[in-house]
Design a protein around this ligand. Structure first.
Ligand code: ADP
Ligand code: MG
Length: 317
């Protein structure tokens, strides 16, 4: 199977998007952005053995490669539209490619994003790079830098599950429904695209939680030039996680585990509007702390200072 056959067999699909003027097959895709919108571009690379275990089901690899990028689009408050896929493979395995493409298109369909191009090469390890283009109304993109003293700090969904799931994949655990649930949160994370688009109307700052809540919150606060307090008892921990591990371990997964792809944002602490939104979209949104002047994060446990400092995942130390 040469690269042209791989592309034709696994990645060329019909699309009804008339804003794609020239699709896969030429030297470049030609796209017609919405006239009254700005383009948003994100890219993320997944290296086998670094960003996912080699043993991960190929359909999950495909699904995850799209979702981790959609999560960045969500954090910008944008709508995802088109994506490109740069794929480096050790070998052209039919079984792997078929399942990988299946997972990739599952995510693409779920979030209405169309594959418009890419690159396929042979290399010494599996490397998957997805770029997504999205659009947003001028001036309404969410950034990391808008948090202001007095804001509440919010997070979607539950934190810690995906990191626990990854740890289970790496070290094993006795089979149970809770274990399956956590592994699935790693293999098939949710991208909070609908939440991102909705909060773009009123949130002051946002970031997606890819490297761990503590480290990602720290990045957002630093970019905004403010400090924050984090109430550990308010962290949304799933019943599956809390049944399976001790509270300290659950906190560790939640604060520095990463892989959650939830959204962390700040806004006026008007809980009513946010509660309504959470209910409307069917996604939990928890208020976990507040923004104040200064720098750094103060962790509180039931109102009392709690010494916690652990960096999120860093690629290079
Ligand atoms: P070129 O040699 O001009 O870079 P290629 O032969 O690599 O072009 O690619 C041919 C077409 O297939 C291009 O439109 C390219 O965007 C698309 N393509 C290549 N690899 C992929 C892939 N993995 N997924 C989707 N489209 C791809
Ligand atoms: Mg070319």
């Amino acid at each position: 199977m040469d690269e042209f056959e791989i592309i034709r067999r696994y990645f060329v699909r019909a699309s009804s998007d008339s804003d794609i003027r020239i699709p896969i097959g030429d030297d470049g895709a030609v796209l017609q952005p919405s006239p009254d919108h700005d383009l948003v571009s994100v890219v993320d690379t997944l290296v086998s053995g670094v960003h996912f275990p080699e043993s991960l089901e190929p359909a999950d690899v495909g699904y995850r490669s799209v979702v981790v990028n959609l999560s960045d689009v969500a954090a910008m408050g944008a709508r995802p539209r088109w994506m490109t896929l740069a794929l480096t493979l050790r070998e052209a395995s039919h079984a792997w490619l078929e399942r990988f493409a299946q997972g990739l298109f599952e995510a693409a369909d779920e979030y209405a994003v169309t594959l418009v191009g890419g690159d396929t090469t042979r290399g010494s390890e599996t490397v998957i790079s997805v770029q997504i283009l999205g659009d947003v109304r001028p001036g309404s993109a969410l950034t990391r830098s808008g948090a202001a003293p007095g804001d509440g700090i919010f997070v979607t969904g539950c934190v810690g599950d995906a990191a626990a799931g990854l740890s289970i994949l790496q070290s094993g655990a006795a089979d149970s429904e809770d274990v399956d649930y956590l592994v699935r949160r790693f293999a098939r994370p949710s991208a909070r695209v609908a939440v991102g688009a909705a909060i773009a109307e009123f949130a002051h700052a946002a970031i997606d939680v890819s490297d761990g809540l503590y480290g990602d919150l720290e990045k957002m606060l630093l970019a905004s030039g403010v400090a924050g307090s984090l109430e550990l008892s308010k962290l949304p921990l799933s019943p599956q996680l809390t049944r399976l591990v001790k509270r300290d371990d659950a906190l560790q997964f939640a604060l520095s585990g990463g892989e959650d792809y939830e959204l962390c944002f700040t806004a006026d602490p008007d809980a009513a509007a946010i509660e309504e939104l959470a209910e409307h979209l069917g996604v939990a949104i928890s208020r976990i702390g507040g923004v104040n002047e200064g720098n750094g994060i103060t962790c509180l446990s039931d109102g009392r200072p709690f010494d916690y400092s652990h960096p999120g995942y860093r690629h290079f130390h």
